[in-house]
Design a protein around this ligand. Sequence first.
Ligand code: PEP
Ligand code: CO
Length: 465
Amino acid sequence: MMPKASPSRHIPKPKLLSPQSWHPDSWRDKPVAQQPDWPDEDALRQTCKSLSELPPLVFAGESRNLLDQLASVSRGEAFLLQAGDCAESFDALTADQIRDKLRVILQMSVVLTYSAGMPVVKVGRIAGQFAKPRSSPTETVDEVELPSFRGHMVNDPDFTSSSRVARAERLLTAYHQSSSTLNLLRAFTKGGFADLHRVHAWNQEFVASSPLGQRYEQVANGIDAALAFMQACGVSSASEPKLHMVDLYTSHEALILEYEEALTRVDSLSGNWYDCSAHMLWVGERTRQTDGAHLEFLRGVHNPLACKLGPSATPADALGICEVLNPDRIPGRLTLISRMGAAKVEDVLPPLVEAVRDGGHPVVWACDPMHGNTFTSDTGRKTRHFDDICTEINSFFKVHRALGTHPGGIHLELTGENVTECLGGSSNFAHSDLENRYETMCDPRLNATQSLDLAFRVAELLQAR
Ligand code: PEP
Ligand code: CO
């Protein structure tokens, strides 16, 4: 991660984001979707007060660096890899799972960079991804109806009435877990784990002997040869920090607005508001109403933002979102993440891309091939098929190629562990395999092998450009 704030560089002048007044709490005057019922309002108020007195999790200068990198994606000069858990868990805070998730993101990123010759901007769904929108506010099992599980920031997934109560103190736990996760990520990304000389080591605990592992080894050998050449020319890790450190930025869905408000601070360098809970925040398919509370909150913070667009989104919706979140058309400020479903993307995406392009909005277009392709397996598990995921990405590239726009990135749900939650891939998981290691608290994730497999396929699409 990054603290290389250079105060003289890219510090925007304080300016009003919109002629209408904005404050971190102005969202409270708007309709707010997908919020829990907090039974203890005093506890919520007290918790938010405590949160607002705690240090920020990220520094505004880091968000500005990410904005610069996303601006290069919007110009077609780089590719965005945004990936991580569907929902992080309070019960899974271990160094190993953080390391494994980082490692798979690094491996995917070297495959994309090496094969496609394009810088990869790395953003985790990590260190704050604890709140989930739900299709129904309640869940009924055997005629017992309870509030839905909304992520560990809110309640617990066990199907008991006590577990499902929304407890405000969970907001503080989310903050502290984000802080520990971020601390270790900063150590790994800056302290040597991400050194390009370790590309082989990342593969070792992995599948070095499998066909996919061998394909990765070829990339790693190529990188070794390039590093040896550069060393002979006098460029080494010691002289070039980029060889042994990476920038990994954090992101999550800005869903629980009390939490986001409490971590929103004025940056002392620029005088602008930043939501310091993560570098980048996104708004989900269910909370993207232009007159709703979530857009009202996000329009006022200067972080890079993203918005999901599902198959019901119209060109007018997309333009409305661009006008609210990025009226000044700042490159890198807004990423639109399409999540249409493999069968629909070629029909529904083109009019949106055309409208945004013709409206002069310099967005990053990213493809989330996960959320439009979820179904229930023969064994009753929520799952996704690797082939549908590839098909949606293929179609996304095809649409952008036809319109002359940049297919700027992918947005994935994955884990570094060898779970069996998605079907297919190089291990060709069948419905019955899902029972082996199905661990997600929410949506099915690609495992490490499936993720690397996907990276090779996306690299081929990028090469074909
Ligand atoms: C998610 O990204 O986990 C999610 C719920 O996505 P969407 O808002 O696109 O449904
Ligand atoms: Co999800």
